[in-house]
Every structure is written in structure tokens, then in C-alpha cells.
Write a protein that binds this ligand. Structure first.
Ligand code: 0A1
Ligand code: ZN
Length: 849
């Protein structure tokens, strides 16, 4: 019987309260009798008391389950059931728990637990979804060996591990419940094989719905390349005879690393030249690698508790970034990773949602799958590698894999491996996991008698719950150039450990030009008075590709900030520097494209906030228009040639070389379109034989407000392809100007193809609105109000995605009083909505504080 009491209010859980589980699990036998509204789940679990337990209470998590029966060693368990779980009197000796529950997958719109997506059964158990499938100690430090039987009429029935036939599966590797997965549906598959370096033959499959098979080849290739890479770089081999991937249309995140049965959002695995852009291909490759790499960093070694999430996520993101760098080029990969980091993580770290890479407390763990845990978590690994060196890094990883295989670990366990292999004390380094906020590092410099001195002063602003911060160890890579642009000091790592730390470079002939934080060696904000002459010099001469790009970016930001604050016009020096980049044949096309991508609206806002100016998104948007037009005009003569040179003969190939050419060619097209009213873009749209070319042309036309006809043609051509339709929905909001964006978003919610229960479609519209800074921040508040309306609606169905999208408001304190007031109203309105989920309630409460 359920308790009659109302649902318990969400509780804050603390890392410091961790206690070991009362009972451990040896084996788990599950039988699923599939039915859309009344699936029966039979469980038989072998428990034994945990000798290390403090609290001996036998407690199983369970939510939204109808309990049919429960026994302990064959006798009625007399369980006491609440909305969150049950307790029962259990023996202080090994015993067998058997239970039967009923669940309703077809009405599960939260997409957590067992749910249905277009007629197919599918699970998502990370972080705490397994408790919606059956009663279980649903925590990552309880690991069991699972055997699963699936009964149903579906053609394909999959679970983790090895296929025993007839819907029966056995996974020999003990795993926490969050890695459990089940899929059943009338699916088709692409099959391939891989032989590991020690000779294991592995069957590989990508399962999709009928009609999507032609979009699986790239994913399969990416999977095989990931498997080889992990063997070569980390010495990690795959450990089962079968590796399955399934694509589902309704999925809250990108993908999930369930043991031997990765489940992917279809947008993160399905690719074909005519329906996917270069960006899609690159993202798919990264996500496939990421999920595959989790097999060791996450599955073989998992997390003790959810506070340690960065243990698997930071490390696995770092590994997928290494892989993508090796595949597509390190310079461009690093620049793109830093662009992401600044756009999402710096924004988070400098606002009300700031939290440490390893948080100290949470209400809803789903709210901590953040840029801080993932991307800053990866930066921390990168810094560790920089500090101890490559050899020591891989040695430490090797020790981690051997020492902790099969365990559920903590950040302390991870760091200890590197302390043991290097003899280095990593106590101060650990602050990167414990302290929130992006460090500011002020740079002072002096030159005297051949000695150049850099003085770094570090500080980190207060963040929620952390008023003061201790100095961290910050690896800052520095190189020096002479007046002639020659490198006179190769990259050296300055290990900043104190609040104020000086580094000397001796034996110089003259004051050098420093290139600081090369490769973005630390995720910090550098504060330095740097002249535009020096920036232009570094853009022309720096040997470090990241800082070369960074200098151009800083120049552009300075120009735009002055355009906003002083009504300045772009200075010739900047335009000349850009032209030099465009003409430089030694630079790779993708790198040039990045140099021309220009600072984002958000970048400029940050710069204004740092300068003590309240940003006005409308003004910034208008200034950016003029800025981009000036650049296009100044390169007018060059653009047709660049565009022509970047055209590719032959069939589409998703390889770095061709992608770079398309990037740069389409950057030229965007500039041309500001001058020719979209004539060239219309031609490209008409003749494009791949999605990258078609979509960039459509973007140019929409920006020029002349794309109505092509927009309709695009819809007619692709209306039956859901992933392309997501692009169509988002493009229109992305390119709508100012307050036309919320109007467009609203109109699109009335479109027959809009489906709020599909996270991809919801994000296509509202993610695009939040990303259209000037549109979302329309002075009439229509963007704020519209998003609030829809987050309230979505929350009733899918709290996780609603909560995640509420971060659109996280910068609210940056703006003028009117905008702040309207954003606060929107947040208060969400907060006051009846039956608000714990997920969304935690988010808006934190944002408002
Ligand atoms: N572990 C997955 C991401 C993931 C996290 C949570 C999910 O549902 C709440 C789903 C997927 C990864 O890092 O790829
Ligand atoms: Zn991950």
C-alpha cells in the first residue's frame, strides 16, 4: 500500500552525508512482459549485507510503480511503501528478493525509466531512472550481474551484454542500475565487426527504425575508429562480443553509455550527406566516441555517488576531445572547445548557477549534467596532463585502470593514482574540483637589463555558497616573440601557485612580446591591458594557433565594444589584419573561417559587463550588423575568388579537409550575401547536393530577409525527415531579427509539425530563441514571457528538459532594470506554477537567488 501522505518535498542531498549501502547485490534477474500501459517487471535479486554499512536498513528506491507482490526468501516481504521507495525487514545474511511491479511506458513522457518512442520501447536510467522500472538500491555504488528476459511480440528485443536468444540477455560485467538498458521494437540494423588487438571478435550493430538505415554508415565507421583509438592511445580494449547502438527519436540528452547497448538520440547518430551538415557529422563522431570511451571511463570504473559525476564525464569529454583533435586537427578542435566552454561554462560559472566541478550538494541530480561538470571537468584533466606531462599522465591513467577496475570511485581515488605515480602532492590541484567560479588572472609585466618578468595575480569572485577562494595551481603556457615576430622563447609552463606569482625570462636583447595562456592551457579569464597593435602583431606572428586566433578575436571584440559604447566605426587596422588572414595561403581554411566568425553577442555582453557597462542586446545586434557589413565591404574584391576556390568537385566527404573548405567558402558566402542581396546564396541553394551547402545558403537568405521561397522549398523537400525539420524550425528563429524572433517562435509552436513532447523539436524552437540573444531579450519582454509559458507547459510532461532550458534566464542580473524586472517576473511565474516539478523548481530557485 502507498502512503497516503503527499509527496515528500525535494530534499537537498550532501556529499558529506555519504554512507555505504546497507546491502550489496550479487545477481539481478529481470523479466519484462511488455505492454504499452501495463508492463509487468519481475525481479529476482540476490542481496547480501554490506560489512561496511553504518545504517543497516534495507531500503529500495521505487517511484511510480504499482507493486503487485514482494517476497524475501519466498515469504511476503511486508514492505512499507512510500512514493519514493520501500523498506522491509531483511535478514542479516544473504537472501533473495522477488517482486513484481506494473508500469506504463506509453504514458511516460518524462523519458526516464521505461518509455515508448514512436512505438518502440526504450529506457533511460541515468541518473535515477531505474527506480521507475522496479524497486532497487538505485545508486551507482551497488553493482550486480544482470540477466534479462524480454517477452513481447517485437521483432528486435535488446538488453545489455551477450545475446542468449529468445529475448534473453546476460551481462557478465557487474554494473550499477543506471547502466541498465532495454530496447524493443520493429527495428532494422547495420551490422559490422571489429577485432580487438588481442583478437576478440566483436559484432557491432546500429539499430534504427525502418527507413533510416541509409544514415548509419558514418556512425559505424566512427565507432570502429573510436575502438582503435582507445586501444592505441589508452590501451583500452572492448570487453564483450557484442556492441549495440540504438537510435531513438525521443531522448532528453545526446546519448547514453549503457553497457554494450548505447542508446542515442537519433540526432546524435544518424547522418547522411543530404540531410546532415558538416557540424552534424563532427558532433556525431564526437558523441559516438564519447559513449564508447565510457566503456572504460564510466562503466568498468564507475562513480561512487553522483557527486563524483565529473570522474566519468570530465575524463570522457577530455578523451573525446583528444580523439576529435587527432581526427580533425588540434588547433581547430581546441578553438571550438574553448568557444563552447566560454559560451556555456563561463556563463554558468559567473552566474547564479555556478557550482564546483564536484558539487557539494544537490536537490535533483539531473540538474547537474552541466557544462561545469562536463566541459570544465575536461579542462581540469587537461591541466593535470599539462602539469605532470604526457608520460606521467598516461602512467597515472594506467594505474587508475588497473587499480580501480570494477570499482565505484571518487575524485580522491583518481588523484591518488597520479600522486602515487609522480610523487607529487595534488592537494592544491584538487581545488579545481572543489571551488566554483572562473579564476581571473591579472598580468603585470616589466623588462630590465635583459630580464622580462611576468607577474600573475589570481583571484576568483564569490559564487553561491562560496564567499572566499584559495589560490589554485594554474598552468599558464607562455611563449615570447621578438619585434621581428620570431619566437625567442618556446612555450614554457608557468605554474602559478600563489596569489601573486612572478616568472622571469632572462638573457633577452629587448622587451619581448608575450603570448600568454597558449592553447588556453588554463580555463581562466586573463586581465591584461593589451594594445591593439600587439594583438594585430600576435594575430600575424604567433606560432601558437590558439593565441593567434585569440588575438584576432580580442581585436574584433575591442572594435565591437567601441562601436556599442562610442558609436565608433571599425578601424582600418582591424580590417587590414583580417584581410591579411584571408590572403595568407599558409593558413588552413577552417582556421580562417574561425578567425572570421567574429565575437558573439554574448561575448560582447561579457566584455561590457567586465567594463562596468550594462549590455543592451538590441544595440549590440545592430552594431554587429554594421561590423559584419564593414568587413564584407572591405573584402569585397577578394570574396568571389575565395568563394570560387573553396568549391569542391566530386561527392560529399565528411573529412576535415573538405569540411574546412566548406567552412571558409560559406564564411565567404555569408559576407557576399551582405553585399549581393543573396544572389550567390540563391544559386548555391538551387544547386547544393549536400545539407551543409543547402543550409548555409538558406541561412544567408533568411538573414538577408529574401529567403521566403527557398524556405518553403526546403520545407516541401524535407517535411518527412524529422531531423531536417528540426533544422528548419530552428533556422527561422535563429535568423529572425529582434522582436521578430519571439513572434516567429510563437508562430512555429502553432505549426502542425511542432511537437512539444519531442525534446529535439522543442529545443529546435526554444533553444534557437534562447540563442538569439537580441530576440530573446526583446525590450517588450515577449521572449521571456513566451519561454516561461512553454516551460510551464513542458514541465508537466518532461521536467528534465524544461529544467535544462530554464538556464536561458541565468544571466538575468546583467541587464537593465526593465529587462531584469521582466525576467524576474517570468521566473516567479514559473516558480508559482501549480505542480511544478522538483527539477524546474530547483533551477528557478537557484537562478532567482
Ligand atoms: N551519461 C550520458 C549523458 C546522459 C546523462 C543523463 C541522461 O538522462 C538524465 C541521459 C544521458 C553521457 O555523458 O553521454
Ligand atoms: Zn558522458
Amino acid at each position: 500500500m502507498k502512503d497516503a501522505s503527499p509527496a515528500t518535498p525535494p530534499l537537498e542531498i550532501f556529499l558529506s552525508d555519504y554512507t555505504p549501502p546497507a546491502y550489496l547485490v550479487d545477481t539481478v534477474d529481470l523479466t519484462f512482459k511488455l505492454d504499452p500501459t501495463a508492463t509487468r517487471v519481475l525481479s529476482k535479486i540476490a542481496f547480501r549485507p554490506n560489512p561496511d554499512a553504518v545504517d543497516k536498513t534495507f531500503y529500495l528506491h521505487g517511484e511510480q510503480l504499482k507493486l503487485i507482490s514482494a517476497t524475501i526468501d519466498g515469504k511476503d516481504a511486508q514492505a512499507k511503501v512510500t512514493d519514493l521507495g520501500l523498506t522491509a525487514q531483511a535478514p542479516d545474511a544473504p537472501f533473495i528478493w522477488e517482486a513484481e511491479v506494473e508500469i506504463s511506458p506509453s504514458t511516460n513522457t518524462a523519458l526516464e525509466g521505461l518509455y515508448m518512442s514512436k512505438g518502440m520501447y526504450c529506457t533511460q536510467c541515468e541518473a535515477e531512472g531505474f527506480r521507475k522500472i522496479t524497486y532497487y538500491p538505485d545508486r551507482p555504488d551497488v553493482m550486480g550481474v544482470f540477466t534479462v528476459t524480454i517477452e513481447g511480440s517485437e521483432k528486435v528485443k535488446l538488453s545489455n551484454g551477450n545475446d542468449l536468444g529468445d529475448g534473453k540477455w546476460h551481462d557478465p560485467w557487474p554494473k550499477p542500475a543506471y547502466l541498465f538498458a532495454l530496447v524493443a521494437g520493429d527495428l532494422v540494423n547495420l551490422h559490422d565487426t571489429f577485432t580487438t588487438k588481442s583478437g576478440r571478435h566483436v559484432d557491432l550493430n546500429i539499430y534504427v527504425r525502418d527507413g533510416d538505415l541509409h544514415k548509419t554508415a558514418f556512425g559505424m565507421d566512427a565507432l570502429k575508429r573510436s575502438m582503435t583509438w582507445d586501444e592505441e592511445v589508452y590501451g583500452r580494449e572492448y570487453d564483450l562480443d557484442l556492441f549495440n547502438i540504438v537510435a531513438v527519436d525521443d531522448f532528453n540528452m545526446g546519448a547514453m553509455e549503457n553497457k554494450g547497448l548505447n542508446i542515442f538520440n537519433s540526432s546524435a547518430v544518424l547522418a547522411s550527406p543530404d540531410t546532415s551538415t558538416d557540424g552534424n557529422f563532427a558532433r556525431i563522431e564526437t558523441i559516438i566516441a564519447h559513449e564508447y570511451f565510457h566503456n572504460w571511463t564510466g562503466n568498468r570504473i564507475t562513480c561512487r555517488d553522483w557527486f563524483q559525476l565529473c570522474l566519468k564525464e570530465g575524463l570522457t569529454v577530455f578523451r573525446d576531445q583528444q580523439f576529435s583533435g587527432d581526427t580533425r586537427g588540434h588547433a581547430v578542435e581546441r578553438i571550438n572547445d574553448v568557444l563552447q566552454l566560454r559560451a556555456r561554462q563561463f556563463r554558468e560559472d559567473n552566474g547564479p548557477l555556478a557550482h564546483p566541478v564536484r558539487p557539494e550538494s544537490f536537490v535533483e541530480i539531473n540538474n547537474f549534467y552541466t557544462a561545469t561538470v562536463y566541459e570544465k571537468g575536461a579542462e581540469v584533466i587537461g591541466m593535470l596532463k599539462t602539469l605532470i606531462g604526457d608520460d606521467a599522465y598516461y602512467k597515472g591513467c594506467e594505474l587508475y585502470f588497473t587499480r580501480h577496475d570494477g570499482q565505484a570511485c571518487t575524485i580522491e581515488d583518481w588523484l591518488k593514482c597520479f600522486e602515487d605515480t609522480t610523487g607529487r602532492d595534488l592537494t592544491q590541484f584538487k581545488l579545481w574540483y572543489q571551488q566554483a567560479g572562473t579564476p581571473r588572472v591579472k598580468v603585470g609585466e616589466s623588462y630590465k637589463d635583459g630580464t622580462y618578468t611576468l607577474t600573475f595575480t589570481q583571484s576568483t569572485p564569490a559564487t553561491p555558497g562560496q564567499d572566499t577562494k584559495d589560490p589554485r595551481v594554474i598552468p599558464i603556457a607562455v611563449g615570447l616573440l621578438n619585434d621581428a615576430g620570431e619566437e625567442i622563447q618556446a612555450t614554457r609552463i608557468c605554474e602559478v601557485t600563489d596569489e601573486i606569482h612572478k616568472f622571469r625570462f632572462t638573457g633577452l636583447d629587448a622587451k619581448p612580446v608575450p603570448s600568454i595562456n597558449r592553447g588556453f592551457s588554463a580555463p581562466i579569464i586573463l586581465e591584461r591591458d593589451q594594445s591593439n597593435e600587439e594583438r594585430a602583431f600576435l594575430l600575424a606572428h604567433d606560432t601558437d594557433p590558439f593565441n593567434k586566433w585569440e588575438s584576432g578575436r580580442a581585436l574584433g571584440r575591442d572594435v565591437l565594444v567601441r562601436m556599442v559604447t562610442e558609436d565608433a566605426t571599425p578601424d582600418q587596422a582591424y580590417l587590414d589584419a583580417l584581410e591579411a588572414v584571408a590572403r595568407d595561403d599558409t593558413l588552413a581554411p577552417d582556421f580562417k573561417a574561425l578567425c572570421f566568425s567574429g565575437p558573439s553577442n554574448d561575448d560582447i555582453q561579457q566584455a561590457l559587463v567586465d567594463a562596468g557597462v550594462t549590455p543592451d542586446p538590441t544595440k549590440i545586434f545592430l552594431a554587429s550588423q554594421t561590423f559584419n557589413l564593414s568587413i564584407s565591404q572591405s573584402l569585397q574584391d577578394l570574396l568571389p575568388r575565395i568563394y570560387a576556390e573553396m568549391q569542391i568537385d566530386g561527392p560529399y566527404r565528411p573529412v576535415a579537409e573538405d569540411m574546412g573548405k566548406r567552412d571558409w567558402g560559406n564564411a565567404a558566402l555569408a559576407m557576399l550575401s551582405r553585399l549581393d542581396g543573396g544572389a550567390q546564396a540563391a544559386k548555391q541553394f538551387a544547386t547544393a547536393d549536400n545539407m551543409t551547402q543547402q543550409l548555409s545558403a538558406l541561412g544567408c537568405l533568411l538573414r538577408a530577409e529574401v529567403g521566403e521561397e527557398q524556405n518553403q522549398a526546403f520545407y516541401d523537400q524535407w517535411k518527412n525527415d524529422r531531423l531536417v525539420m528540426d533544422k528548419w524550425f530552428s533556422m527561422q528563429v535563429m535568423f529572425a531579427k529582434l522582436d521578430a524572433a519571439p513572434k516567429m517562435a510563437k508562430a512555429l509552436t502553432e505549426h502542425p509539425d511542432f511537437d512539444m513532447t519531442n525534446p529535439n523539436r522543442f529545443r529546435a524552437v526554444f533553444g534557437a530563441l534562447a540563442g538569439n540573444t537580441a530576440g530573446f531579450h526583446s525590450p517588450d519582454g515577449s521572449g521571456y514571457a513566451l519561454l516561461a509559458d512553454w516551460l510551464i507547459k513542458l514541465d508537466a510532461k518532461n521536467p528534465q528538459t524544461a529544467a535544462r532550458m530554464s538556464t536561458a534566464y541565468e544571466t538575468w542580473k546583467r541587464y537593465d532594470a526593465d529587462r531584469q524586472g521582466m525576467m524576474r517576473d517570468a521566473l516567479e511565474r514559473i516558480k508559482a506554477a501549480p505542480k511544478l516539478s522538483g527539477d524546474l523548481s530547483e533551477m528557478v530557485t537557484r537562478i532567482l537567488n
